[in-house]
Design a protein around this ligand. Structure first.
Ligand code: S3P
Length: 452
């Protein structure tokens, strides 16, 4: 194959939502920084905008999802300026100075933004309407609106306020104790953010700990959070003060390049400044349990931030299929599509159960991965709460053709990574790839650079 040929090429115009063509990689090597963490970027904008005064966010993820959160706060009267792609300056009157938006707040594809903002706006003094794109309008909102209504929120919308669009009439809230049965960090965060402006403490009890970026960041902005060590987190009402914060690279984005290195012989990739919050990195525990020994982790001092960060060195490995322990799933939930691709190269079967939440992500990710993997010749089994992938070892027989990512960024990137091991001369067209920019702008360029 011609060395100068791009491994991943864009075909704009396909099906309105873009497509990419991917082919076998020549080599997989290089040093890269993935863009800023999506969950932390949203939270930095939200807390920086709820705080009074000036905040500065560096390392911000300039993705469609996170830019949408900034846009929403502009409509609420916050001054926000991008001094560079990844550097955001916020000047806010604080939560009590936010004003009624003159327009609908549209959160596009972002479940995190709309669920967290429902919590932020419930104790406001005004009216707001929140909506999103077709995918987001089909996703469940009752998991946040039901407990918020118990706090006293006035929220209307289809299905008794359990689907978008949501109309919120700001009202006085009182703190509650909520058990996070959905194992959702978005639910926990929505309630904690509402609790900042409720009467009395608000606590969320977690049977399984979910990502804890919100409770790390609230004290950084001057709020009060208590963790009792048995899985409960409590926020006290109180004002926040503007701060400077830096966002590390997104571990969930790094996961695609980790898999790329693990499945390509002679690979060598270094990933710098990656967020290593333990509530996000169960994927590394899974790799270890599968027998991967070629992933080195070095923690580095964190800058102005609230999160551990580090450098990852990763190269090719052989590994085995395993049954993934269900209690690891919540802390690896966004990595399951990438893990499903990895499992194709394992010896033996990988079983992923206890992951029903995947059905209500940007697409039904269980169905999306089963369909996409079957389409390229991988044997899979679908369960209501997961899937199993029959690994073929390091040299699987894959076929090309076409797969539909269902406009889901993580499915599109996972299948791009798998495409790096197609047989020579075979191509795979991945439909619906425009949505990659919701979490990983520049993925295609980085992928092409690393694969030669
Ligand atoms: C997120 C929480 C997770 C995750 C999503 C981001 C967050 O969703 O899948 O990509 O930033 O809180 P759930 O809370 O629905 O599990």
């Amino acid at each position: 194959m011609d060395n100068s040929e791009k491994r991943l090429t864009e075909n704009p115009g396909g099906k309105n939502h873009g497509s990419l063509t991917v082919r076998r990689s020549q080599k997989v090597e290089g040093t890269l920084c993935v863009p800023g963490d999506k969950s932390i970027s949203h939270r930095a904008v939200i807390l920086g905008s709820m705080a009074e005064g000036k905040s500065r966010i560096s390392g911000f993820l300039p993705s469609d999802d996170c830019l949408g959160t900034i846009e929403a706060f502009r409509k609420l009267g916050v001054h926000a300026k991008r001094s560079s792609d990844t550097d955001i300056r916020i000047d806010s009157p604080g939560f009590s100075g936010l004003r009624e938006p003159g327009d609908i707040l549209d959160f596009g594809n972002s479940g995190t933004a709309v669920r967290l903002m429902t919590g932020v706006l419930s104790p406001s003094s005004f009216f707001a309407v929140l909506t999103g794109d077709e995918s987001l309008r089909s996703r469940p909102m009752g998991r946040v609106t039901d407990p918020l209504k118990t706090m006293g929120a006035r929220i209307d919308g289809p299905q008794d306020g359990r689907n978008l669009p949501l109309a919120i009439r700001g009202s006085r809230l009182r703190g509650i104790h909520h058990v996070n049965t959905n194992k959702s960090a978005q639910v926990k965060s929505s309630l904690l953010l509402a609790g900042l402006n409720a009467e009395g403490p608000t606590s969320v009890e977690e049977p399984v700990p979910t990502r804890d970026h919100t409770e790390r960041m609230i004290p950084f902005f001057g709020g009060t959070v208590r963790r009792d060590g048995t899985g409960s987190v409590t926020v006290l009402p109180g004002p926040l003060k503007g701060r400077e914060i830096s966002v590390p690279g997104d571990f969930s984005s790094a996961a695609f390049f980790i898999v790329l290195a693990l499945i390509n012989p002679d690979s060598r990739i270094r990933l710098e400044n990656v967020g290593l919050n333990p509530t996000r990195t169960a994927f590394m525990k899974i790799l270890d349990a599968m027998g991967v020994r070629s992933l080195g982790v070095k923690e580095t001092a964190s800058g102005t931030g609230t999160e551990p960060t580090g450098t990852l060195d990763v190269s090719f490995s052989e590994f085995n299929g395993i049954d993934i322990p269900a209690e690891w799933i919540p802390n690896a939930i966004d990595e399951i599509p990438a893990l499903s691709v990895l499992a194709v190269f394992a010896r033996g079967t990988t079983r992923i159960r206890g992951a029903a939440e995947l059905r209500v992500k940007e697409s039904d990710r269980i169905r999306s991965m089963c369909e996409s993997l079957s389409a390229v010749g991988v044997s899979v089994e679908e369960f209501p709460d997961g899937l199993s992938i029959h690994g073929q070892g390091p040299e699987p027989r894959l076929s090309g053709g076409k797969v539909d990512s269902r406009n889901d960024h993580r499915i599109a990137m996972s299948m791009s990574v798998l495409g790096s091991r197609l047989p020579p001369g075979v191509t795979l067209s991945i439909e619906g790839t425009d949505f990659i920019s919701t979490s990983f702008p520049g993925f295609g360029d980085l992928y092409n650079r690393i694969t030669g």
